[in-house]
Design a protein around this ligand. Structure first.
Ligand SMILES: [Zn+2]
Length: 456
């Protein structure tokens, strides 16, 4: 009985128990120490809480892999223009002239609007590309512009031009195994990848990483409506991702066509809505096409109360990113319209209005740490310590449940009972202690399908 494991003396739902896992599922739960273990293999929990593995409901796995060997230049990484320059110059030291430097997470509050000349002043000779933290903008220096064969007069700013750039920049080895290791070290056993890709080769990379065990977690993908159904069908499909741009809204006809394409595939939609205008347009489309189980709003950064009843009636789930309150809140407090500020990154008011709410990190654009995300959902504090939307704070236990749903039912928390799949996260302390101060350092072990994939 090699595949049998007993987690001894774990706290499950407030009770100390021994939990036997076999063939990938929970086989037996008995009072701690009351019966002989069914296996020699034992994981000692010492009273620590055993939870269902967390699910991150919104990530971008390939971008996470790309970000791992990139220079972080966001407001939390570098202080100002001097820090920005120093980070990039040190990355350029010793780089071959055809070796690219990739920087990510940039925001104007660090060193203003960037263009090719601003980057040339920092790194003149080595190809350099800097990604805005929205993920939508790349800025290239002159060496990089020459390497991609851009028009000589180009200012270096490429907005939503990933497809064009991709074929022209050197391909990089993506270390999905490193992404997987980081996820399981946080107690995460499943993710939903919301990348709106139509590229079968990108999806094949993920499928291969899952098949080889590089990614040990459960992976559900969305893709765009144009992703061929035959592209890696072994990867679970969630809703179809539909992007309603933050600044350039699609036409209603275009949006309706994408909703209907999803429906013709028998799938729900996950609609990127950051601004108030995007949300209103998406709601018009929902009224026209009708909602379906599994339909979601991604981000929901601005949800005015006038639409609460409508969202609830349509049965939509909002997949939000509380960590942006911490990581970006200080900029929101200076940049965002005063009229929109009370509506930013709502949580509690949505829950109280009967709207389903689940959490996703949006990694790599947000931090991957699900426990830091829960802390922020509770305290609503920015990096500088200001509080954004105090009334939107959730109780600790409630914040946790937003990450306990499965991909297909984000708002239904899983629990540890006989017969469920043994995807779990073991803490080194009782749950009450963890909820009082959520800390990723308290994750002692992570199990996927009954197999230990992480031990602290
Ligand atoms: Zn995203």
């Amino acid at each position: 009985m090699n595949d049998v494991l007993t987690v001894r003396d774990a706290e499950v739902d407030g009770v100390r128990v021994d939990v036997t896992l076999a063939d990938g599922v929970v086989r037996r739960i008995v009072s701690a120490g009351s019966e002989r273990p069914l296996s020699d293999a034992v994981l000692e929990a010492h009273g620590g809480a055993l939870l269902p593995g967390l699910h991150d409901h919104h990530v971008h796995l390939l971008a996470m892999a790309a970000a791992i060997d990139s220079v972080p230049v966001g407001p939390g990484d570098v202080q100002d223009a001097a820090g920005f320059g120093a980070a990039l110059r040190s990355a350029a030291v010793g780089a071959a002239s055809d070796e690219w430097i990739r920087a990510v997470g940039y925001h104007e509050s660090v060193a203003g609007e960037l263009d090719r000349y601003a980057l040339d002043a920092v790194v003149p000779g080595t190809p350099l590309r800097v990604q805005h933290r929205s993920g939508a903008l790349w800025v290239l220096n002159s060496a990089a512009l020459a390497a991609v064969g851009a028009d000589p007069g180009h200012d270096g700013r490429f907005l939503r031009a990933d497809e064009w750039l991709r074929g022209r920049m050197p391909s990089r080895r993506l270390d999905l195994a490193a992404v997987g290791r980081r996820l399981v070290s946080c107690g995460i056993t499943g993710v939903t990848d919301l990348t709106p890709t139509s590229d079968a080769s990108e999806v094949a990379l993920l499928a291969a990483a899952v098949a080889s065990g590089e990614l040990q977690i459960g992976v559900t993908i969305t893709g765009s409506a144009d992703l061929p159904a035959a592209a890696s069908p072994e990867l679970r499909r969630g809703p179809v991702k539909v992007v309603v741009g933050d600044h350039a809204l699609p036409s209603l006809d275009d949006l309706l066509a994408r909703f209907r394409a999803a429906r013709s595939l028998g799938r729900a939609v996950a609609v990127h809505c950051v601004t108030r205008e995007a949300l209103v347009l998406a709601l018009v489309a929902w009224h026209e096409v009708g909602s379906a189980p599994g339909d979601r709003i991604e981000h929901g950064a601005v949800v005015p109360p006038e639409v609460f009843a409508e969202l609830a009636a349509l049965g939509l789930t909002v997949v939000t990113q509380p960590s942006f309150v911490r990581e970006r809140g200080d900029q929101y407090l200076t940049d965002v319209d005063v009229a929109d500020r009370p509506h930013l990154w709502r949580c509690r008011s949505l829950v109280q209005a009967g709207i389903g709410v689940a959490f996703g990190s949006d990694a790599p654009y947000g931090s991957i740490d699900p426990w830091a995300m829960q802390r922020t959902a509770i305290d609503r504090r920015t990096v500088a310590g200001s509080v954004l939307g105090a009334g939107e704070s959730l109780a600790a236990g409630d914040a946790l449940t937003r990450m306990l749903g499965a991909a297909e039912a984000p708002t239904v928390p899983r629990s540890i009972v006989v017969g469920v799949r043994a995807d779990m996260c073991l803490l080194d302390r009782p749950l009450a202690e963890m909820l009082a101060a959520p800390d990723v350092g308290a994750v002692a072990a992570t199990l996927v399908g009954g197999t230990e994939v992480y031990r602290r």
